[in-house]
Structures are given as structure tokens and as C-alpha cells.
Ligand binder design. Sequence first.
Ligand code: NDP
Length: 272
Amino acid sequence: MPPRYTVFGHPVAHSRSPDIHRCFAEQEGVGLVYTRTLVDKDKTAFVTAVKRFFDEGGSGANVTLPFKHDAFEWVQECSERALSARSVNTLIPLANGGLRGDNTDGAGLVWDLSENLNICLNNKKILLLGAGGAACGVVSPLLERLPESITVANRTAAKARELAQRFGVEYADFGQLAQRRFDIVINATSGSVSGEVPAVPADIFSGSLLAYDMYYADTETAFMRFARENGARQCADGLGMLVGQAAESYRLWRGFSPDVRSVIEEIRRGRK
Ligand code: NDP
């Protein structure tokens, strides 16, 4: 029997993880099965599905919306980065029958920014839009790269304040961003899913090095277009982050580090 992996989520049909992990397995030269598991939006249903998967010999799993926090609360052991994010996207079986939770989202983002897009994060002013699960997962890994500052802004301002205070970074209301300048603007809101751009002042992009949308799409997202039209020098979507975080999960499960760039190209070309 080949090793089995899955991604738990609701919805999950859109997930590109099976395609990405199939590419990694080809690189490693192994056969494995990676499926999508749709789970009812309920913590008990999630826990039951995870237990069944690992009881039946599953070798590892990813967790996506809306279960990342449930997974964090339920796993028996956590990595430092999952503890910091309070969110788990990777489940690794332990020898004692329990599960270890990790969070590879931040590693994926930092890889994409610094290795793939060649953006040096050191001494940069970073604006992080959004204060949900994805934003929580990336603050610590970004701080490790010693930026000059990180400012968090969110539609619901109280959530930005709570997140910023937890990590000791700045926060601002969308309206307070007018006339402020940032080197890197990261969109960690889910607005792009429905083509909405966060209601930020257009001038925040003036002279910025990079506007990065964590959402990924076949065409330029509304956020990327807005940023480009208002002065961002470079714009990118979150496909590199997605493949980067998947590669880190794969390494944790199998001890093999896939080549990420070639897989980004394959997925972008729609060959997988
Ligand atoms: P959450 O549901 O946890 O958080 C959503 C966030 O988006 C909240 O801060 C919410 O603000 C904000 N938001 C939603 N709609 C709007 C809008 N119209 N205008 C302004 N703000 C809005 O989602 P996640 O944090 O898990 O995901 C966020 C995004 O990141 C998604 O697009 C997801 O696809 C992407 N992502 C990409 C990954 C990758 O590997 N590339 C990995 C993980 C996520 P409020 O608090 O006011 O509701």
C-alpha cells in the first residue's frame, strides 16, 4: 500500500494540494496517494475524521479552513510556530499514536518573498492587511527576518489591535493608513475570494516594492490590479506561498525537500 495523505477542509474541492503533492512525489520518485477529505463544519466531525484517517494508517495530513484552530486545540503536541500562530495546517503522526501539529504557512510566505521574489525583508516597512488565521500564522516568521516595522490593519479594527498586541507590532485602522508609505503590502484578507479589495487608501502603494495577495488565481486579482494602478512596483499572488507551505509539510512528513519553483511553474501552466 502506498503512503496515504489527505487535506481536511470545508469546502475542499478547490484545493490544489493533491496536484502539488503529486508533483513532489514525482520528484522524490515515490508513489503516494493524496486525497481531499470534506468534513462537516463541526469540530467533532473534524476530530472523528482525523482519528479515522490515522487509525487506518494515514501518513500525514493538511488542514485548511475552517479547522486550523480546531486542529491546534486538539493535537497532542505542537511546534513553536504552531503555538505562536495558534493554528495548525500540518498533522504528523507520532510513534506513541498521537499527532503533532505544525504550521507551515509562514515558512511558505517567507520563502516566496525572500527566495522566489528576491525581496529582502530586513529593514523594510511591512503592512499586513487582515487579522484572520493566515495573518496570525505569518507575523512571527516575518519578524524573524528583522523588518523595520510590521503594521497590522483589519476591517474589524479590534482584531488588528489584538493581533498586534500579541506579537508586539503596530496596528492601524484602514482610514489611518492615508499618507503612510510601506515597502511591502501583504493582503491576508479573504476579500479576493469574492473580488473585493480592502477599503485602504490608494496612496499606501505609492513607491512600494511589492504588493502581495495571499489569494491565488489564474489571472491578476482585484487587489493586485488596484495596487499596480496605484504605484506598486511589483505584484504577486499567493501561489508561491501555497506551494512553499506544501513543500515544508512534505519535508516534515518525508524528510525530502522538493524543488518548489518547478512545481509553481507546473501549476501555473495548468499541467497538473
Ligand atoms: P479568515 O477567515 O481567518 O480571515 C479573513 C480576514 O479577511 C479577516 O481579517 C476579515 O476581516 C478579512 N476580510 C474578509 N473580507 C474582507 C473584505 N471584503 N474587506 C476587508 N477585509 C476582509 O481567512 P484566512 O486568514 O484563513 O485567509 C485569508 C486569505 O489568505 C484567503 O484569501 C486565503 O485563501 C489566503 N490564504 C492563502 C494561503 C496560501 O498558501 N497562499 C494560506 C492561507 C490563506 P474581519 O475580521 O473584519 O472579518
